[in-house]
Write a protein that binds this ligand. Structure first.
Ligand code: SF4
Length: 428
């Protein structure tokens, strides 16, 4: 059963008298277990839905619609499938105490992998789930492989009951399912020969594996489970060297670089990041693969449309990871606009100094960085630090913070989104 949370005005559902709280039980005789069943089974133009309204009255609804017309219901959020693993490097295990509860949910849900691109290990997938993936053609899936070597994977996921990922992927691949894979690499555990084996196994799955990403283990000061060592510069360099022949092979034989190191890996290695062409369609951008190249590309595309900002002094808040890369971008924008930029590199007070990503800065960090900066005309902060409810990871509300600070503050993804509408800025 799934439950309706909202009914669109004037929609088919509204005409049929559906209301929030209505339970949807089946479509054409097939029981509904979750949003996926509803989405796929209700896709036909002629369907019969068995439902129960909030007063308990059973309803049989015959729905007939023309091609593509939405029925107009939003469902209550699904119960997320919880993770059965206990990876030593789990970022959620490395969160400090006292954050809002939903940040501690360790999801491992193939449905969210298909719908939102969340990575799933498939270690909690049952036969019925495999059947659903195949029937509904849930493709591509985003899969945390980490290692194809079964024994190594058990250690990495800290779970002796994980299924053989090669067997799982092979079976799904035979049914036409494709994957974007990632390997979070722990030095000494799944690098070297284990990584080589993983890349070889994934390559041998042919077109089913669209891309493979290699991401260095990321630890906070609270990663209490982790017993390995952090990844250092030589490890990162070795990994990038190891990926290079695979990327060449990919370009030669499949016209794709196929395997991609994350931005963080290049930064750790102290190597220049590849340009935007390397990342092709940026398939794993949400995984930090090519984010810097995309930012450079967006700045290059938008800089000519920026207004004259002479006389302005603009603060740009970022984390340590981007500190060395920002000046090049800001110089370019300064040349075009005449504005003066002040790069403000902030340490993460919540996760500790090892977390240098700008997007994980919290409200308290930004407050600390800007509270006395009335010398600035305005400040830009990383837009990724704020969720869709306008709240930072430490529960500080952006609106409250903005009201406290002595200067205007704008969340920004690429500078142009915040500066394009700011002609006539003047010095504070
Ligand atoms: S699979 Fe590992 S890293 Fe992912 S949520 Fe589970 S324990 Fe954490």
């Amino acid at each position: 059963m799934v439950k309706v949370s909202r009914v669109a005005e004037g929609s088919i559902a509204a005409e049929l008298g559906l209301s929030p709280g209505t339970e949807l039980h089946s479509v054409n005789g097939r029981a509904l277990a979750d949003f996926l069943d509803w989405e796929f089974l209700s896709a036909d133009d002629e369907i019969v839905v068995l439902a129960r309204d909030p007063s308990g009255t059973e309803m049989e609804l015959e729905i007939s619609r023309s091609d593509g017309e939405p029925i107009g219901v939003t469902l209550e959020p699904p119960n997320v499938r919880r993770c059965a693993n206990r990876c030593e490097f789990c970022f959620i295990e490395g969160l400090p105490q006292g954050l809002r509860r939903n940040l501690y949910i360790r999801d491992d849900d193939y449905r969210l992998s298909f719908t939102y691109g969340n990575f799933a290990t498939l270690s909690n997938v049952k036969e019925r789930d495999i059947q659903r993936i195949l029937e509904y053609r849930l493709s591509p899936l985003y899969v945390s492989v980490h290692a194809t070597n079964w024994e190594a994977r058990k250690v990495l996921l800290n779970n002796p009951r994980v299924p053989d990922i090669v067997a799982q992927l092979s079976r799904l691949a035979e049914g036409g399912i494709q994957f974007h894979c990632q390997m979070v690499v722990v030095p000494g555990l799944n690098d070297g020969a284990i990584l080589e084996e993983s890349l070889s196994d994934l390559w041998n799955l042919g077109d089913a594996v669209i891309s493979a990403a290699v991401v260095p283990v990321g630890l906070t000061q609270f990663s209490h489970l982790y017993s390995g060592r952090p990844m250092g510069e030589p490890d990162a360099r070795r990994l990038i060297e190891q990926l290079s022949p695979w990327a060449s092979k990919g370009r030669r034989e499949r016209r794709t670089s196929w395997v991609f190191g994350s931005d963080e890996l290049y930064l750790l290695a102290g190597l220049s990041l590849p340009d935007a062409r390397h990342y092709e369609d940026f398939a794993q951008i949400e995984n930090g693969i090519g984010a810097v190249a995309m930012l450079r590309e967006r700045v290059a595309r938008s800089v000519s449309s920026l207004p004259d900002l002479r006389g302005s002094r603009i603060g740009v808040v970022t984390g340590k990871a981007m500190a060395a890369l920002m000046p090049e971008l800001l110089d370019r924008i300064a040349t075009r606009t005449g504005a003066e930029f002040d790069l403000i590199v902030v340490e993460n007070s919540l996760f500790g100094p090892t977390i240098t990503t700008a997007g994980l800065l919290v409200g308290a960090d930004i407050r600390r960085a800007l509270a006395t900066r009335d010398d600035l005309t305005l400040a830009l902060i990383p837009a990724e630090t704020i969720n869709e409810d306008g709240v930072f990871l430490d529960d500080v509300r952006f609106d409250d913070l903005r009201n406290e600070l002595p200067i205007p503050v704008h969340p920004s993804y690429d500078f142009a989104d915040a500066l394009a509408g700011e002609p006539g800025l003047v010095a504070a």
